[in-house]
Ligand binder design. Structure first.
Ligand code: GRF
Length: 208
């Protein structure tokens, strides 16, 4: 089946690039149907164009309120027959219209081991708190900020000499590895959500 991804970005787009690369070498069995940015200057747009992917810039300023904006995103995604939405550094909250249109079909990547350090500047929060281990989380998006069922996580050490930048770079390597894995896991199907938990088919089988 021809699966179609929609990727939402706001900036650099390194996670978008990791998805583009994974699609190219077959680790993700899908195509990226559209890349949507809320910012015209997002560097990730150039990455998409270079890969021959259609881009759409939707500036929130053009809409009356958040809901109108979310509906415009949902319409753009459905006009491109998108099955799975990947937030990749998309710096906006996703509202009810988009959540309803793509229930359990929106993934996000966050640079901490959730539920620790949700929200902005997760790497700075981790350094300031003094944790010795941080990492990256891919989760389903719900109405709770950075709070949906966790699909994949990877841990990295926090080193004594770390700055926000060095820690972010170490986490980013893991982000680029686990995001494509999580996308393929969702595309493979057979998973379910039980309360807060994302349950993979293999686990369900083990319980039989
Ligand atoms: C990543 O650290 C991601 O976890 C967070 O925003 C950053 C986006 O980076 N949500 P990029 O645009 O994918 O390079």
């Amino acid at each position: 089946m021809n699966r179609r991804l929609g990727v939402l970005i706001s900036g650099r787009g390194s996670n978008l690039q990791s998805i583009i690369d994974a699609v190219r070498d077959g680790r993700v069995d899908a195509r990226i149907a559209v890349v949507i940015s809320n910012r015209p200057a997002a560097a990730g747009l150039a990455r998409a164009r270079e890969a021959g992917i259609e881009t759409v810039v939707l500036s929130p300023r053009g809409y009356a309120d958040r809901d109108a904006y979310d509906r415009a995103i949902a319409e753009t995604l459905s006009a491109h027959d998108v099955n799975l939405v990947c937030l990749a550094g998309f710096m906006r909250l996703v509202g009810p219209s988009l959540l309803t249109a793509y229930a359990d079909r929106i993934l996000n990547i966050h640079p901490s081991l959730l539920p620790a350090f949700p929200g902005l500047h997760a790497q700075r929060q981790a350094l300031e708190y003094g944790v010795r281990i941080s990492g990256a989380t891919v989760h389903l998006v719900t109405d709770e900020l950075d709070g949906g069922p966790i699909v994949r996580q990877a841990a990295v050490p926090v080193l004594d000499g770390d700055t926000e930048e060095t820690l972010a770079a170490r986490i980013l390597v893991e982000e680029h590895r686990i995001y494509p894995e999580a996308i393929q896991l969702l595309l493979d199907g057979g998973w379910s959500v039980a309360g807060r938990r994302f349950v993979e088919r293999s686990q369900a089988r083990l319980r039989l």
